[in-house]
Design a protein around this ligand. Structure first.
Ligand SMILES: Nc1ncnc2c1ncn2[C@@H]1O[C@H](COP(=O)(O)OP(=O)(O)OP(=O)(O)O)[C@@H](O)[C@H]1O
Ligand SMILES: [Mg+2]
Length: 267
């Protein structure tokens, strides 16, 4: 059974890394988030799923504080950040790493310069300390010695790894991936999946949030799935709970069927 929205998903009393309480967001006359409540537990890989246009990216933008709710509350690591000053968000964001679909690398910079970019912005390190940090990040993502490589010469998989190294550069405790595999061939998708798992294993206490349309990845990797539908958390649960859930909307998502209450495939 999926756990009804709004209820705690953990029996232990850990502080959620992210907690949304009744968040509403409207653009013009389009209500995107309509009372969204959920909690993401530390140390877990949480997948946010749902049809295109349901508000998954809008949700991630609320987590990083580039969008703010019209109504409702957002807590990051237990701290209420709704209506907090931008300085509080900047502090919270330092603990977050973001990986976008295309990696968003700077083509004119070397791999090392790309990875060093956020560190330069936020920390005062000596050149030696900086180069050691960059080297260790490139080692972590399986690209040792790539510091001087040119971004345009990299394969898609290598670009992803550089993007990941940069996302990890400030030692975040929360890593956010917005559709890391969409548009990738199956081999690259699998490689990215294994990177997500590998990072989770290598970095103690890391929490990961992944938006994905790839149901196979979701069922294979997720500790917990969050199904966004009509602006609310329609259901949450483990992959096993989702597979066993007989709700027709969830079943349509799991099977990717054209027929069902959703009227169109969503995976
Ligand atoms: N800044 C904005 N201004 C106006 N409308 C927006 C803005 N950001 C998002 N929207 C709208 O909110 C809705 C949800 O967008 P969002 O990008 O979160 O969808 P999504 O679930 O991530 O979809 P996809 O799976 O296609 O990426 C869309 O209809 C989008 O056009
Ligand atoms: Mg999106």
């Amino acid at each position: 059974m999926a756990i009804p929205p709004g209820q705690s998903q953990s029996k232990t009393h850990t502080i959620p890394v992210v907690c949304f309480k009744n968040v509403r967001k409207t653009f013009g006359n389009q209500q995107v988030l309509r009372g969204l409540s959920f909690e993401l537990q530390p140390g877990e890989i949480s997948f946010i799923i749902g049809r295109s246009g349901e508000g998954k990216s809008v949700t991630i933008k609320h987590i990083i504080g580039v969008l703010h709710p019209d109504v409702g509350e957002i807590f990051i690591n237990g701290e209420l950040l709704t209506r907090a000053p931008e300085t509080s968000w900047i502090r919270a964001r330092k603990n977050m790493g973001l990986l976008f679909q295309d990696g968003a690398l700077f083509d004119s910079m070397t791999v090392g310069e790309n990875v060093a970019f956020p560190i330069r912005e936020f920390e005062q390190l000596t050149p030696k300390e900086l180069s050691l940090r960059v080297e260790s990040l490139l080692d972590l993502v399986g690209l040792p010695g790539y510091g001087l490589a040119r971004v345009p010469d990299l394969s898609i998989g290598e670009r992803k790894r550089v993007g990941l190294a940069r996302a990890l550069s400030l030692n975040p405790s929360l890593l956010l991936y917005d559709e890391p595999t969409t548009g990738m061939d199956p081999l690259i998708s699998e490689l990215i999946d294994s990177l997500i798992l590998e990072m989770q294993k290598k970095i103690p206490g890391l929490s990961s949030v992944v938006i994905s349309h790839d149901i196979q990845s979701v069922l294979r990797l997720a500790d917990r799935i969050f199904f966004l539908h009509e602006g609310k958390m329609y259901a949450t649960g483990t992959p096993t709970e989702f597979r066993a859930n007989t709700d027709p909307i969830i079943q349509q998502f799991i099977t990717g069927s054209l027929k069902g209450p959703l009227g169109q495939p969503i995976a």
